[in-house]
Design a protein around this ligand. Structure first.
Ligand SMILES: NC(=O)C1=CN([C@@H]2O[C@H](COP(=O)(O)OP(=O)(O)OC[C@H]3O[C@@H](n4cnc5c(N)ncnc54)[C@H](O)[C@@H]3O)[C@@H](O)[C@H]2O)C=CC1
Ligand SMILES: [Mg+2]
Length: 315
């Protein structure tokens, strides 16, 4: 390395200080205001800046904390908060691996709250900006999907009675969507798991939204019913979940009182589609590219005539 002149030495020192600040999230990372002494202990809690002006600290990446006790952690976190405040950070996201959960209580005593938890870690947040917190909440809804498997050749619909319910009413087989699973795939999977029937996604028929749902741990519940076409017909139902399972005349499901209001309504919708054409009731699906991200998404809506799809101006 060539010897440093006094000018280049000063630039090198400034560069080092400024890059330290970038790691810790300093707003005024260049220019004469760059001189800065971090409070003792704050340096160990290095975080990454996000594009909103918050700092994200991942304890799993900070090896120096391995042998730290809760009280020492609290002192370091307090010093770090003081530093983040002084440089105008708006929020702190603290990601704590489950095996370092001893750090949760000290963080909470400094004002942190839970944002969410996954199986092996929890994330706590502290709002440092002005006014009430503008941080977005975590997942708000549970998504359940049912399959209305309708055989157009016989006019029969696949229905089950739930084993674990207090009242044994007829309903469509279905269940909770898994993370990353498409709606149609959930319907086909749940129908197969509960009834042994193989089927294919045709359309989305209805969405119910319900809040403070006891079955969703008090959160909101989206219950989506899809129309499926059967590919097999021999029932082999799941004894754990279902009490009964059968192919029922759609007209009987419309008439029966032994069903839930939503099942009854969708049975009427299906009867209307069966008689007048499914295009009257179907929201079909198309996969489209997302802007910027390189990902794809599924879009559901009523059929759009070809001339409207290609329309470039209003005639
Ligand atoms: N209107 C309707 O016809 C009905 C609609 N739904 C909707 O269906 C969706 C959920 O469908 P499910 O068939 O319930 O889901 P699912 O088919 O994924 O089954 C849930 C499984 O978890 C088990 N389970 C649930 N809580 C449990 C606990 N605390 N301890 C042990 N095991 C537990 C159940 O026994 C069942 O085996 C929701 O969106 C719900 O709102 C549910 C029932 C009726
Ligand atoms: Mg189920």
């Amino acid at each position: 390395m060539p010897p440093l002149t006094s000018g280049s030495f000063r630039r090198a020192v400034l560069l080092r200080i400024c890059s330290t600040r970038l790691l810790a999230g300093h707003r005024r990372a260049s220019g004469p205001g760059c001189r800065w002494d971090p409070p003792a202990g704050a340096e160990e809690l290095r975080g990454e800046l996000d594009r909103f002006g918050g700092v994200s600290v991942r304890l799993a990446r900070l090896g120096a904390l391995d042998r730290l006790d809760a009280a020492s952690f609290q002192r370091r976190l307090q010093a770090a908060i003081q530093q983040w405040r002084s440089v105008g950070r708006i929020a702190v996201w603290l990601h704590i691996p489950i095996l370092q959960s001893r750090f949760i209580a000290p963080a909470a005593s400094l004002g942190f709250c839970f944002h969410h938890a996954e199986s092996d870690s929890s994330t706590l947040t502290l709002w440092l900006g002005e006014g009430p917190s503008r941080l977005p909440g975590y997942a708000t809804h549970q998504v359940g999907v049912a399959g209305a498997v309708f055989d157009e050749n016989t006019g029969k619909i696949l229905v089950v009675q739930d084993r674990n319910k207090l009242k044994n009413m007829w309903k469509f087989p279905g269940g909770l969507s898994e993370p990353g699973e498409d709606i149609g795939d959930t319907a086909v999977r749940e129908v197969f798991e509960e009834t042994g029937i193989r089927s294919e996604f045709r359309s989305l028929l209805s969405i119910r939204q319900q809040h403070t749902n006891p079955g969703a741990f008090g959160k909101s519940d989206m219950y989506i019913i899809c129309r499926l076409k059967p590919h097999s017909f021999t029932i082999d139902f799941c004894q754990h979940e279902c009490l009964r399972c059968e192919w029922m005349d759609l007209s009987d499901l419309v008439k029966t009182e032994n069903t839930t209001p939503i099942t009854s309504r969708v049975a009427r919708l299906l009867l209307y589609g069966y008689r007048e054409g499914f295009d009257k009731i179907d929201f079909t699906m198309e996969e489209l590219p997302a802007v910027y991200t390189g990902l794809f998404y599924k879009l559901y809506h009523k059929d759009l005539p070809a001339n409207y799809r290609t329309m470039t101006r209003m005639d």
